[in-house]
Ligand binder design. Structure first.
Ligand SMILES: NC(=O)c1ccc[n+]([C@@H]2O[C@H](COP(=O)([O-])OP(=O)(O)OC[C@H]3O[C@@H](n4cnc5c(N)ncnc54)[C@H](O)[C@@H]3O)[C@@H](O)[C@H]2O)c1
Length: 250
């Protein structure tokens, strides 16, 4: 991958939910293009393994930070650790996410708060922190979902959080302009990760997935790397579907 050049040489990139699935693919991709990488994971072991994977992929340095992104103080500590170790923060990929599956009438307020806390507020915290500590040229990539645009039963909090993430992306893009900070969103479709195959709607057949509609984590990582790079210097406030054309079909 380094044949595409070191687009992230001297850059420091933080990826939330970096220990598996799409997040780990983003960690590897940015590392292979020269970034120093901070892999944020729920647990230290997974974060450390992702940092090791980043080094193996070519990162000059990498660090694994354990952090529940819904926890504002823990998010601040992860960024403080990044700054003390690497001295700067240039790219944030807000990828950590979770789903619950329940009929709308059965969700409790606490369950709504947990999903919104991880999927939306996690991105809010790291957006704020990049606004506080990022320099011109910094970039945010929010990993939303096709569920921001169209959805299925049982995932109301997830769909709401992913839609709100697009609104957050627009706000960050317009307020980031004067700081030289860009913000864009990705809407992955079905991607071959544990999150896809553990989805009860898919297990039960209520949501049918054509194998041709299933992408790889690396497909999303390639788009994230573009949006995070200076090649996308004139792209901000955008929402890019990476779904093999699923949203375009009736
Ligand atoms: N797989 C898909 O089909 C698909 C489709 C659209 C969008 N997405 C989105 O892509 C992102 C990555 O998902 P994935 O498919 O790789 O699934 P995944 O379950 O493999 O990855 C999610 C990651 O987020 C981490 N995470 C969960 N809660 C966290 C928390 N509170 N704090 C920190 N980390 C936390 C998990 O540990 C995991 O590493 C998610 O935001 C998901 O909504 C996935």
């Amino acid at each position: 991958m380094s044949s595409s050049g070191a687009r992230f040489a001297d850059r420091v990139a933080l990826v939330t939910g970096g220990s598996g699935g799409i997040g780990l693919a983003v960690v590897r991709r940015l590392a292979s293009e020269g970034a120093r990488v901070v892999a944020v994971g729920l647990h230290q072991e997974g974060a450390d393994a992702a940092a090791e994977a980043a080094r193996a992929a070519g990162a000059p340095d990498a660090w694994g930070a354990a952090c529940d992104v819904a926890d504002e103080a823990a998010s601040e500590a992860a960024v403080a650790g990044t700054l003390s170790r690497f001295g700067r923060l240039d790219v944030v990929v807000n990828n950590a996410g979770m789903m619950l599956f329940k009929p709308l009438a059965e969700y409790t307020g606490a369950e709504w708060a947990r999903v919104l806390g991880v999927d939306l507020m996690g991105a809010v915290h790291f957006t704020r922190l990049l606004f506080l500590h990022g320099r011109p040229g910094a970039a945010i990539v929010n990993v939303s979902s096709v569920h921001a645009a169209m959805t299925t039963p049982l995932v109301a909090p997830y769909a709401a959080a992913k839609a709100a993430m697009l609104s957050l992306t627009r706000s960050a893009a317009i307020e980031g302009r004067e700081r030289g900070i860009r913000a864009n969103a990705l809407l992955p479709g079905a991607v071959d990760t544990p999150m896809l195959w553990e989805n009860p709607n898919i297990k039960s057949g209520a949501e049918k997935i054509d194998p041709a509609d299933v992408g790889k984590p690396e497909d999303v990582a390639a788009a994230a790397a573009f949006l995070a790079s200076d090649e996308a210097r004139f792209v901000t406030g955008a929402a890019l579907a990476v779904d093999g054309g699923r949203l375009a079909r009736l």
